[in-house]
Design a protein around this ligand. Structure first.
Ligand SMILES: NC(=O)c1ccc[n+]([C@@H]2O[C@H](COP(=O)([O-])OP(=O)(O)OC[C@H]3O[C@@H](n4cnc5c(N)ncnc54)[C@H](O)[C@@H]3O)[C@@H](O)[C@H]2O)c1
Length: 265
């Protein structure tokens, strides 16, 4: 009798297969979320492009469809908990299931800590941390009921290290790291995996916007980069595919760094 090979024939053929899955990508109207949404669209995922910016969301939807994929736009303000739950409800009734959630909606505000305006501090925490949490809750419940799902939170090198004039952002991204671990632990034996992606400084509208208000933060980070080049949004797509797919079945509670080695130095 021949023994079953530990890797059966054709095992890897479907490991990264996402065809037929449904993904909600928040902040998909711009930057990193848009790139991940497009990447999923190319793999046959039905993408729910969720953003407060409808024009940006519409542009992402159009690109996905022009490239042969399927996408719908849904207006979402992630800082409104009820809106996150409402979107989870309508997504379930429209598509039957949601398999992937990417939390990419986020922003930054630059200020010295001793002068950081209270309203801006609250704005960043509400958007980056609480918005991520609300979506995890809303879609996590749905995924727990399905017994399967993958949540991917866009964290940052700022989840692990500091840089100047970014105290609210650092607090929010440190929180995103801890939410990722906490929820992964709570949900690990019920089929729902929760991971993160930790990008380096990337080329996106957000970094352009932040650079016009002050380059203090970006200059500090650039001086510590191992090579002087910003990441490109498409360079996150492979990791987003891996974390969404069955290839990462045993991976939960981790932030996969796409930082060009930034944290190694
Ligand atoms: N760009 C970088 O260098 C970098 C590095 C590390 C992490 N990140 C993180 O990646 C994520 C995406 O950043 P980006 O560079 O693509 O920024 P971006 O500004 O290009 O895109 C952010 C998107 O979020 C949307 N958004 C803002 N408020 C929202 C709300 N209340 N509800 C729903 N959508 C909302 C915006 O409309 C926009 O489409 C953020 O969480 C950011 O912190 C970015």
């Amino acid at each position: 009798m021949t023994e079953e090979p530990s890797v059966p024939a054709n095992y890897t053929a479907n490991l990264f297969d996402l065809k037929g899955r449904v993904a909600v990508v928040t902040g998909a109207g711009s930057g990193l979320g848009a790139a991940i949404a497009m990447g999923y669209g190319q793999l046959g995922v039905t993408v729910i492009v969720a953003d407060i910016n409808l024009a940006g969301a519409e542009a992402t939807r159009k690109t996905i469809e022009d490239q042969g994929g399927t996408a719908v736009v849904r207006e979402l303000d992630v800082t409104k908990r009820a809106a996150c739950f409402a979107l989870a409800e309508t997504a379930k009734s429209e598509f039957g299931h949601v398999d992937i959630l990417v939390n990419s909606a986020g922003s930054a505000f630059r200020s010295p800590a001793e002068e950081f305006p209270e309203d801006k501090f609250n704005f960043i925490l509400d958007l980056n941390l609480k918005g991520t949490y609300y979506c995890c809750q809303a879609f996590g419940r749905l995924m727990l009921a399905q017994g399967k799902g993958s949540i991917i939170n866009i964290a940052s090198i700022g989840s692990f290290v500091g840089y100047p004039w970014a105290s609210a952002y650092l607090a929010s991204k440190g929180g995103v790291l801890q939410i990722t671990k906490g929820l992964a632990l709570e949900w690990r034996d019920r089929g729902v995996r929760v991971n993160g992606i930790g990008p380096t400084l990337m080329e996106s509208p957000l970094t352009k916007m932040a650079a016009t208000s002050s380059s203090i933060t970006a200059d500090f980070i650039k001086a510590r980069m191992l090579r002087p080049r910003l990441g490109l949004p498409r360079e996150l797509v492979g990791t987003a595919v891996f974390l969404a797919s069955d290839a990462s079945e045993l991976v939960t509670g981790h932030v996969v760094m796409c930082d060009d080695g930034y944290l190694t130095a």
